[in-house]
Design a protein around this ligand. Structure first.
Ligand SMILES: [Mg+2]
Length: 223
């Protein structure tokens, strides 16, 4: 059986707040241009669209958003990749954990075509043994399917495996159902941009995690 580390992406390894804000603004600008309507009307159209998908994995699907509004989703993503910020020591800690004999699994609510653009851009793709996106399991992480799938395909031992993330409901509660060891990242809350309410309420949930950290280097005291 393998020892696994399930990593969350936004708010844990990366600060995507400026990137996603810019992407959403561009989507609204493109809708306004395409429909020949004022920007504020386009904002409302996009927000109404997102509201319908709150608490569903499709909320995160920029490909679907592009198709729904007839926009080039990929060029909008690429245009703003320079706003993606890796958190301090992200690369180092992924290498550290790998050297300790763990397999790194990225588990994210993003969809695969978007997360690969982002991990490739940052050069982190090679440090992951698997990437499990929401469209792979057709679920949000809170449903636990990312972990179930990861444990299965990587032949993981849950009692020796970790879930590391910043969102109490998505990364901790769901991982505890599988008896994974949990590490809550206290620093993530402001590093993720939700363009509608969506999972914002998750952060008020009080959870018990096995560990709580203030920066990624603290993981070296745990693993
Ligand atoms: Mg997160």
């Amino acid at each position: 059986m393998e020892k696994l580390v399930f990593w969350d992406w936004a708010g844990t390894l990366a600060d995507e707040s400026e990137l996603d804000k810019a992407v959403c603004k561009s989507i609204e600008e493109e809708i306004a241009k395409k429909e020949n309507i004022p920007f504020s009307e386009a904002q409302k159209l996009f927000n109404d669209y997102l509201k319908k998908l709150e608490n569903k994995w499709q909320w995160h699907d920029y490909v679907r958003i592009g198709e729904s509004f007839g926009l080039e989703w990929q060029s909008i993503q690429k245009m703003h990749l320079d706003k993606l910020i890796l958190l301090p020591h992200a690369k180092e800690i992924l290498g550290y954990v790998k050297n300790k004999g763990y397999r790194n699994i990225l588990t994210t609510n993003a969809v695969s075509r978007v997360i690969y653009l982002r991990t490739d851009y940052t050069g982190l793709s090679v440090l992951f043994d698997a990437i499990i996106a929401s469209d792979d399991v057709r679920a949000l992480k809170s449903e636990g399917k990312h972990f179930a799938y990861g444990l299965k395909i990587m032949k993981g031992d849950p009692l020796l495996s970790f879930s590391i993330g910043d969102n109490p409901a998505q990364d901790i509660l769901s991982a505890k159902k599988f008896n994974l060891i949990t590490i809550l990242c206290d620093f993530g809350k402001k590093l993720t941009h939700y363009h509608s309410e969506h999972l914002t309420h998750n952060f008020t949930e009080n959870v018990f995690s096995d560990f709580r950290i203030k920066n990624l280097l603290e993981i070296k005291n745990i693993i």
